[in-house]
Design a protein around this ligand. Structure first.
Ligand code: G3P
Length: 215
């Protein structure tokens, strides 16, 4: 399973990169707004820092607007993936960009039918938002299962990108189902590392070594 970092924060990107835990980055307008400053500079730094796919999201409403933005955004780097909304206009833009060989990420996916449409439009990545579904008492993971089944039934190549991740179980369950990618907040990556048995085991090794060597 590939790990993308769901952030526009450079320190988080550098930290995950140094641990070998970052295969790419997804941003969105909210994440860029959280960092403040000039989003263009931020996006340029992210693209320089990341040696993998970087999703940059369009904000236009029409396919024509989205395609104009896509043309601008692809100039930020070779690995830019154009993030498009799961709307009719977004699908038109997705099909057009796919035909031109530009990588796409269809975002704000909340149903298996939306995921099927995104795959038919040729999306490189499809982003079902599991955390936001769970928050409304719908099962985010059930959606991932359904999408996996549909894509496998028909051999769609679109990658399932588990998004809106709230906890390690979203990533673990996504991996067990066979999702291709999870885009993860850095705070959740930090949670993966920790285990009380690792801490107590380490403390015991350290104490025994001190007893043996006096150091
Ligand atoms: O990158 C899109 C998605 O992961 C957003 O998640 O936390 O805003 O629901 P969230």
């Amino acid at each position: 399973m590939e790990f993308f970092l769901d952030t526009a924060n450079i320190d988080e990107i550098r930290a995950a990169k140094s641990q070998g835990l970052m295969d790419g980055v997804t941003t969105n307008p909210t994440l860029l707004a959280r960092e403040g400053g000039d989003w263009r500079k931020q996006a340029a730094i992210i693209c320089m820092e990341v040696d993998g796919p970087v999703s940059l999201e369009v904000v236009g409403k029409t396919a024509a607007e989205m395609l104009m933005e896509a043309e601008y955004l692809t100039k930020f780097g070779n690995h830019v993936v154009i993030k498009l909304p799961m709307t009719t206009e977004g699908l038109i833009a997705c099909k057009t960009l796919t035909d031109k060989g530009v990588k796409t990420n269809v975002t704000l996916v909340f149903s298996p039918m939306q995921a099927l449409l995104a795959a038919k439009a040729g999306a490189t990545y499809v982003s079902p938002f599991v955390g936001r579904l769970d928050a409304l008492s719908h099962s985010g993971m059930e959606l991932i299962k359904q999408i996996r089944t549909i894509y496998d039934n028909y051999g769609f190549k679109s990658k399932i990108l588990v998004a809106s991740v709230r906890n390690p179980m979203h990533v673990l369950d996504g991996a067990l189902i066979g999702a291709d990618v999870a885009t993860i907040p850095y705070s959740v990556i930090e949670q993966f590392v920790k285990h009380p048995l690792t801490d107590s085991g380490l403390a015991a090794f350290s104490a025994d070594w001190t007893q043996l060597t006096g150091k």
